[in-house]
Write a protein that binds this ligand. Structure first.
Ligand code: PMP
Length: 433
């Protein structure tokens, strides 16, 4: 058919010039990726003219959906004045003021260009501040592609190792052994085991990195007990508590961290704060962030970036985060609650072994009878992954619904109750399919 022919043709051209035909594996599909033509609000239209409801929102980064008129207007005005200069700009300051006022743990901030870079900058700042080399991270958690952050982000169960001491599993071939030796892997939400593991490296750990609602671990929140336990351990052992809120900043007005009484020392964020443009940021305690301060007589962590804090991103981010006010946060969180309720109803009607996890405006569907509570429980064996893919393909092709490929939805404020009803009806059809 025409769609297949043209997708095939474009992808062939792409493969001649781009490794694997795509610059991000996220958009890769067999036999070829779909190509977007345009988008508005919560709908994306592909080059064949098929329009789909967007529950993926460029991997959770478009908090207002596509082409929001206010963001477009602000960015268009900035474009006329130039896009980046070898000079500082004032939109960066205005945006820093907005975010630092909004999130109590943000005393000082620095902007970068991606979540990967934010996590990298955070880790290097933690090392510079503590003078220690090791970091701790959760088994299965995704934090972008910095060598240290990507250890054990996903693995084959045969590599997991003892639950009392999960292995440091490399992602990229020939990851240096020294990287693996400097990453301590802990089991998410299992405080007892985690503390025992951390204790083995006490004195060497610069920071305990934790995503408060880790998507790849299973998209369930860190328990109060777990986060408090990590906080206490870092206080007692001279380490920093570091949150990855690249995705989870959307969960509350003040980020997912607002759900916990103890504040992280450092936070990496990104995605929604770019208003649709590439972004990352690291923020936290003033005394820690001083390692980045070029006025210091001994600069512990020299840091720069050609496009960091470029005024296009800063302007878009300012507009997006201003629009994402307390009412907007509450509204999409309520819509997510409504979606989860309706999907759970569809699960009982269709009588299928499915459960839903999530927080705020995010939820993930698992092909498991009861909600997983750990990474190893949430792990999808190949046959489950195949069924998830079948469900996602059905939703994409037959119901014109796009989701993230873990069967996860990240809502935008462009969503209304109509799209939520369409989603849950489509899910019911999909479960029966
Ligand atoms: N941390 C988390 C929790 C993420 O989900 C991601 C991206 N999905 C990253 C870091 C890396 O962000 P980026 O893709 O912008 O580099």
């Amino acid at each position: 058919d025409k769609e297949k022919r043209s997708g095939d043709r474009i992808y062939k051209e792409a493969c001649d010039v781009i490794a694997g035909g795509v610059s991000r594996n996220t958009v890769f599909r067999r036999p070829h990726p779909y190509y977007a033509a345009s988008a508005s609000g919560c709908y994306v239209t592909d080059i064949e003219g098929v329009s789909r409801i967007d529950f993926a929102n460029n991997m959770a980064s478009l908090i207002h959906g596509h082409a929001h008129p206010e963001i477009n207007k602000a960015v268009t005005e900035q474009l006329q004045r130039g896009t980046a200069y070898t000079m500082a700009t004032t939109p960066e300051i205005a945006f820093a003021q907005l975010l630092n006022k909004r999130i109590p743990s943000f005393e000082k901030i620095r902007f970068v260009n991606s979540g990967t870079e934010a996590v990298m900058t955070l880790i290097k700042a933690a090392r510079a501040y503590t003078g220690r080399e090791k970091i701790a991270k959760a088994e299965g958690a995704y934090h972008g592609s910095y060598d240290y952050a990507e250890v054990s982000q996903t693995s084959n169960p045969s590599n997991w190792g003892d639950p009392d001491q999960p292995n440091s599993v490399p992602v990229a071939n020939a990851t240096p052994q020294s990287v693996l030796d400097n990453v301590v892997v802990y089991p998410y939400n299992d405080l007892e085991r985690t503390l025992a593991i951390l204790d083995n490296h006490a004195g060497d750990i610069a920071c305990v990195l934790v995503d408060p609602v880790p998507h790849r671990v299973g998209l369930f929140p860190g328990t109060q007990k777990f986060i408090a336990g990590l906080y206490d351990w870092t206080r007692e052992n001279g380490a920093l508590l570091a949150f990855d809120e690249v995705v989870t900043l959307r969960v509350n007005y003040g980020g997912a961290q607002a759900d916990y009484p103890d504040k992280p020392d450092l936070t990496a964020t990104g995605k929604i704060i770019g208003g649709g443009f590439p972004v990352g940021a690291v923020a936290g305690r003033s005394d820690v962030m001083r390692v980045l301060d070029p006025r210091e007589s001994r600069l512990l962590f020299p840091h720069s970036g050609t496009f960091s804090a470029n005024p296009v991103t800063m302007t878009a981010g300012y507009a997006a985060m201003s629009l994402f006010d307390e009412k907007a946060v509450e509204r999409i969180n309520d819509l997510a609650g409504m979606a989860v309720g309706q999907i759970n109803e569809a699960v009982s009607v269709a009588d299928v072994p499915v459960s839903v996890t999530g927080a705020g405006s995010m939820f993930r569907i698992h092909l498991k009878e009861s909600s997983p509570e750990s990474y190893r429980e949430a792990y999808q064996p190949a046959e489950e992954t195949a069924l998830i893919k079948e469900l996602l393909d059905y939703l994409y092709m037959q119901e014109q619904i796009m989701m993230i490929n873990t069967c996860t939805c990240m809502l935008s404020t462009a969503i209304t109750e109509d799209e939520i009803v369409r989603l849950s009806e489509a899910m019911l059809n999909g479960f029966r399919h």
